[in-house]
Structures are given as structure tokens and as C-alpha cells.
Ligand binder design. Sequence first.
Ligand code: ATP
Ligand code: MG
Length: 581
Amino acid sequence: MRASQYLLATVKETPADAEIISHQLMVRAGLIRKLASGLYSWLPLGFRVLHKVTHIVRDEMNKSGAMEVVMPVVQPSELWEESGRWQGMGPELLRFQDRHERDFCLGPTHEEVITDIVRSELSSYKQLPANLYQIQTKFRDERRPRFGIMRAREFVMKDAYSFHIDEASLQETYQVMHQTYCNIFSRLGLDFRPVIADSGNIGGSTSHEFHVLAESGEDEIVFSSASDYAANLELAEGRLAQPNPDEEMLAAREIDTGEAKTIEAVASLLNITPTQMVKTLLVHACDKEENISDNLVALVLRGDQELNETKVQKINGISSPLVFADDELIEKTVGCPPGTIGPQGLSLRVIADHSVTDLKNFTCGANVAGKHIVNQNWSEQCQYSETADIRKIQEGDLSPDGNGTLSIKRGIEVGHIFQLGKKYSAALKATVLDENGKAVVMPMGCYGIGVTRIVAACIEQSHDERGIIWPENITPFHLIITQIDAHKSDQVQEFSEAIYAKAQALGMEVLLDDRDKKTSPGVKFAESELIGIPHRVVVSPRSLADGVVEYTNRGTGEKQAIAKEGVMEFLAGTINIHAGD
Ligand code: ATP
Ligand code: MG
């Protein structure tokens, strides 16, 4: 490609709405352009990268034995009624009507459509397992589209769906997909981690997310220092050091704490630490149909710990989304204002977090305004109905497998795999006949990758103050040849044209910066760094007079004068055109 004829849509100004570096650089380097909130066009340079990412994803999926299909973006409401998600999905699902006033939506995901295909196309256990995938545009009317294509409304996803005769087969394919994802993200050159994840409203049980480690990530992920335990903070478990088991139980007594209501205020008043306190939070229960009720449930945690709402919402009988009781309802139910509630004597369901069950001589609210109890202990007067893990783990907690301590880092979710079970296949009656001729509902798996998001995640991990640094496997061009003063020097013109042709003949993707004198050398250099081409050769009258060209490696910044005669040999030995294969 010749820069003089290529749409190099670089811009100097950083767009005002671009909060993170990948978004800024993608716009400045001319990879994407915004059409409307969460909607982006891919310009030529960006599309070359997206194409390479897509190729790697497709190649590894094909190697895993999955079969590629393409399903419509527009989906009829009837299928979503069958799965129960037409109502369940909420405003992320963009719904509309056609000219016959029939309801449709833009596909945010394709469980329904694929299950519909499979229920009519597969009939025997002999055809299983079957794993079908597509690489296609999804639409989700995100509440807060942001960070450019990182959280867009329209984006490209690779989504795969597997169908099985039994759970064992599902688990086998799940493992294959886990490995395939590791292969994909390694081949893309990303620093990533698979972590145990929440399966959210897609349904199912076992699930892993794949995160690219980056400060700008929206998720928090937890790792052990000494084992391979890694989980999304939403459901990470951790252990706390045990309190002294030999501590003697003292006699409880009620004391005045006046206006002190928060854990910090009471702890400082009594000169104790929050770890010696217990906090009791009241939330709404729900009835059997999962409708929120005015009954309350008490959640008890150690004073220094925070509630993990995702964990609590999964407990049966608690309203999801979680709703905290307001002051009036607390007063009516317990007879005191919030800030002085304690677990003793509550005629409510009391759920104790593991952080409090071994505590002795703790301080808690007395269920009387202005009073707390010190030296409280679990006893007949002070009981919990059940224990559960309901706290957010903290940096430094012990790993749940007993090996190492936990640390928290930020991550960008680039992939997510689920064992769905029979949620969709049962709802849509997707069965096959087993060996005995009996109809069996197929357990399913589903596996997503954010193809467009990967491009942004890669830039988050690979850039410097001057711009993007593409890894060789997904770079839009391998090599940029920069002409300096070609209008004054036939030699520059001829030499750069010659190596341009030879490099292409070797299979390299080359951008020849042949723009005329209106584009200064300074601008050419700055732009080549902004767009991040890994290898650059500068051909100038001065260097040619010395019998050399100047080579620069974008990643290391290392510069080298290469003798004219040895240029092609040097490039062939330096540039790995097969990095993405
Ligand atoms: P998130 O928590 O980031 O919203 P999700 O759990 O909704 O993601 P999935 O339904 O598992 O995502 O979709 C599979 C993959 O698609 C995700 O791992 C992510 O990489 C990508 N993805 C999801 N939503 C978006 C979006 N709005 N923009 C770009 N990529 C997205
Ligand atoms: Mg989402």
C-alpha cells in the first residue's frame, strides 16, 4: 500500500470522550470512527487488525473441531418467548417491529436461534457432540457504552454453542474450549488469565472468564500467590486468619454509644478495631415467585468486611437485585435505627458470613437506639440461622485452597465460557434419540469471545507515549518504508520503490510512505509511531549517500544503519511474516 493513496485517518487531537488510552489511540491512529453512542466504523487500518484477530480466532476454533455457521442478526420474538427471555432480558435487548407489526429483536447472543437450528437438524446421539460457532455482529443496548469499541452497543463476537448427549460429554468439550481459548489468547500475544466466573443471567453452573490484565479493566480479578486459584472478585472466596481459639468468653454487657453509629465511630469510641465488631445489614426477602417482600433478612459480617452483593443475590429467598431495608422498615421491624442493629434476639432469618462464626467477645448493636453490646458471643440468645460466604474478599486474604495469599488486579473480559446445562434445550425442547431410541434433552455449552474488544485490549497492553506498538501477529502492516525528500532525489525514489516491491514479493505487508513534500519527515515519523508498525526503514538522500538506510524497531526503539546491499536480507531475517499463522 502507498500512503499517498491510503486512508491514513490520523488525528492530532485526543477525542474528548475517550477516557482510556486504547480508545484515544484507536481514534488518533485512524482505526475507528464514532457514528453514534456505542456505534463505530472500522477504517482501513483498523479493519486490517480486526481481520487478523478474526483469522486467529477462526483458525483455532476450526482446529478444535467446531463448525462455522452464520445466523441472522435479526431474530423473531417467538423464539425468545419460548426461552422466557423476551420479558426477562430488559432494555439491553433492542426490540422492534416489521411492517406486519411482528416483533423482532437485534441479537445480543444466539442461544435461542442455535437451539432452534439444532432441534430440527440433529436427531441422533450419533451426531453428538456438535459445536457450532459464528463470528458476527451483536447488538446490546448497553446502559453505559464507553471506552470506544471496548464496551460498544454494536460489536463483533465469536459465539459457539455445543450440544451433548450427557454432562460428561459437555465437560469434555468445555475443557477443549478452555484450551482453545488459551491457544487463541496466547497466539494473540496477550497477557491473560482464565478465572472462575459468575454465570450471570445466561444461566448454567460452571463458567470461566478470560481476562486481559490491564489497569483500565472494568473487572476485578483475584489470584493466589502460590496456586492457580483465580476468580472474578464477584464470586472469589477467601479465608481469614482464625481468631485465637483459646480466648475465654466474657460476660456480655450493654453500653451507651450515643451518636456513634458507623463501625469506625463505635470502634474509635471503644478503642477497639473493626475486626472485633460485627455488623448486621437488613435486606428484603423475596417470595416463592421471587417477588420482593417486606420480610427482612439479616446479614452478619465482621466489622472490617464488605458485603458482596453478587454472592448474596444468589441465596434463595433473598430479593435479586438486592434491596436494603429503609430506615422506616428497620425501625418497624427491629425497633431501633440502623447503626445499632445486632444479631441477638432477632426474629428474622439471620445469615452469618464465615468471618463471624469463630469470633468471640465481639461488639455489635444492641437493637436499642444509642446502645451497643460488648463481649457478645454466639449462644442461645445470640444465634444465626445459617452460614454463607457473603463477603467481598480483600487483598491479603488466604487462598481458599490453602495455598498462598490473594491479590486483586484489574482485567478486561475478552472471553467467557459456560456450561449451560439444559436451560435452553429444555425450554425449546431440543432432543435427540439416545442408543435406546429414547428422546434426551441435550445439555449445552456456550463460548463467547469479544473479537472487537480484543483489539482495544491489545492496545491497552502494548503502547507507549508515542502510540500503539503492534505485536507482529496482528499488525496492520509488517513494515513501513519512509521516503524522505524523494522529490529531490531520484535515488531515494528508486531505492525505496525497489525494496517496497521486493518486500511484498517476500510476502510482507508493506506501507510505503510516499507522501510528497507537504508531509514533513517529522510528521511521517510521528505517524509511523502512532500507528505502531513494528518495523520501519527510512530512505533519505543523506543515508543513501552513506550507503545505508536507517532501520527502527518500534517496540524496542533500537535504531540500526543497514548497508543498502544487505537490506533485504536483514528484513527477511528480522520480520516474522508468519507470526499470526
Ligand atoms: P461484560 O460483563 O463485559 O458486559 P458479558 O458478560 O455481558 O460481558 P458475554 O455475554 O459473556 O459478555 O459475551 C461474550 C464476550 O463478548 C465478552 O467476554 C466480551 O469480551 C464481549 N462483549 C460483551 N459485551 C460487549 C460490548 N458491549 N462491547 C464489546 N464486547 C463485548
Ligand atoms: Mg454485558
